[in-house]
Design a protein around this ligand. Structure first.
Ligand SMILES: Cc1ncc(COP(=O)(O)O)c(C=O)c1O
Length: 455
């Protein structure tokens, strides 16, 4: 059995405890959760600071999942908390249609500096799901504006996750998420996923094999005709399905096929963005310019919900035509560019810059990779894959009980004071980027012990 190192973290103050009586558990319907099972033994978070959560029963948890791949700068960062506090006292809400407030413009300009190439316009949303549906709608509207009215088909990828709204769900490729909702978009097709376990298991970084999987787009073009395809959307690294890293050359080929056929390429960077791969965006990490980019999560360090779509200049400009009195895009949200979200995002971007958090992630990534691959030889581990600060540890599924082994490992980690995530039988590790070397060691040592203890 491996030895788990001890780390001591004390919360700077003790917030008041809010007990939840068993009867109070009934009303709330938790998202993406087995509600009845959860309510039998609820896991409730009370406070957070830096790398740690504290539960309502006073236990300390090392956050190995950055909340939901989102808290990249660590929890309850003072600069962000204070910026939101100041903002709520000054301007709680600003009407979003036909009106705005200065921080929306300030934030869009800051993002423009960070976004790749000529991606110099920003549309604000409130979540990753809304960003995806917004990007798909902008892609459709772009082709319509140019008179390319037959371009209506949207192409996603099997095992892709693009949130839960109807557009994102339709282009997404996770069957369990679609099964209960038999009325999705129909002008949709899917690329195959890039998972080739026979050839790529235990790859460090980008796997060697599978670039040709991008050529499936040519088959889709053959089926429908290039002139009918509006856009392709992919996660550069697929996160929620269990961390699938793109094979070397795959994204380049996808970009080339899109260019050759007038198809827009959308990168869904909701997870990959803001340093998770050791660069501002996956687009930078891979050196590929998408036409549209969806972001959320790390944009505000998850403090206040916010998403956005980055749009390249030619796409934006194609829609800025006709009489100036006409609305160019009939789309938007009551909370687009909410003042609290803008204040949180601006403070978050300052923190990323001042503490060089993306650079720090790039510097620590080899250590993270090394620690992850110490699990390669464990019984039941069939793959360990990684890039930047994303790791997927895939376990052999139990006969007739998919997901059960990973759930047990998740619970053992939780009992041992470490929070990870699991989907099916893959454990995903994606901590805040401020994690120390000692905490990386603790995280993987705990995971190792949990896997070793699970039949
Ligand atoms: C790639 C990707 N797109 C979209 C979403 C949806 O984001 P949200 O849950 O904020 O709607 C997620 C969430 O994990 C995601 O990983």
């Amino acid at each position: 059995m491996s030895v788990v190192p001890k780390l001591v973290h004390t919360f700077s103050e003790t917030p008041s405890s809010e007990a939840v009586a068993p009867n109070d558990l009934d009303a709330y319907w938790l998202p993406f959760t087995a509600n009845r099972q959860f309510k039998r033994a609820p896991r409730l978070l009370q406070a957070a600071e830096g790398m740690y959560y504290r539960t309502t029963d006073g236990r300390r948890l090392l956050d190995g999942s950055a909340g939901l791949w989102a808290v990249n700068a660590g929890h309850c960062r003072r600069q962000i908390v204070e910026a939101v506090q100041r903002q709520v006292a000054e301007l709680d809400y600003a009407t979003a249609f036909q009106m705005s407030h200065p921080k929306t413009f300030l934030l869009a300009s800051r993002l423009r500096e960070l976004l790749p190439g000529d991606m110099d316009h920003v549309f604000f949303t409130n979540s990753g799901s809304e960003s995806v549906d917004t990007a798909l709608k902008i892609a459709l509207a772009y082709h319509q504006a140019r008179g390319d009215t037959e371009r209506t088909i949207l192409v996603g990828r099997q095992r892709g996750y693009h949130g839960v709204n109807f557009g994102g769900l339709s282009v997404g490729g996770i069957a369990a998420n679609q099964r209960q909702f038999p009325n999705l978009l129909t002008a949709v097709d899917h690329l195959p996923d890039t998972h080739l376990p026979d050839r790529n298991a235990f790859s460090r970084g980008q796997p060697e094999h599978g670039a040709e999987r991008a050529d499936a787009l040519l088959e889709i073009i053959g089926r429908h005709g290039a002139e009918r395809i509006a856009a392709v959307i992919v996660e550069p690294v697929a996160g929620s399905t269990g961390v699938l890293v793109p094979p070397i050359g795959y994204l380049e080929r996808l970009r080339a096929h899109c260019d050759d056929h007038g198809i827009l390429l959308i990168f869904d960077e909701v997870i990959c963005g803001f340093g998770r791969l050791g660069a501002a965006f996956a687009a930078d990490r891979f050196g590929i310019q998408p036409d549209l980019m969806t972001i959320a999560k790390g944009l505000t360090n998850a403090t206040v919900p916010m998403g956005a779509v980055g749009v390249r200049k030619p796409i934006h400009d194609a829609l800025m035509t006709g009489p100036e009195s006409i609305i160019e895009l009939f789309h938007g949200y009551t909370y687009s560019g909410h003042p609290l979200a803008c204040a949180a995002a601006l403070a978050t971007l300052d923190l990323y810059r001042d503490e060089e958090i993306f650079e720090g992630a790039a510097a620590k990534a080899p250590l993270f990779e090394e620690a992850a691959h110490t699990l390669d030889s464990l019984e039941h581990v069939v793959d360990v894959r990684n890039l930047g600060f994303m790791v997927g540890v895939e376990l052999q599924s139990r006969e007739g009980a998919p997901g059960e082994r990973a759930r047990e490992v998740f619970m053992r980690c939780y009992e041992a004071g470490v929070l990870v995530r699991y989907t099916q039988d893959t454990i995903a590790v994606s901590p805040p980027l401020i994690i120390s070397g000692a905490e990386i060691e603790l995280l993987f040592a705990t995971l190792r012990s949990a896997i070793e203890a699970t039949d």
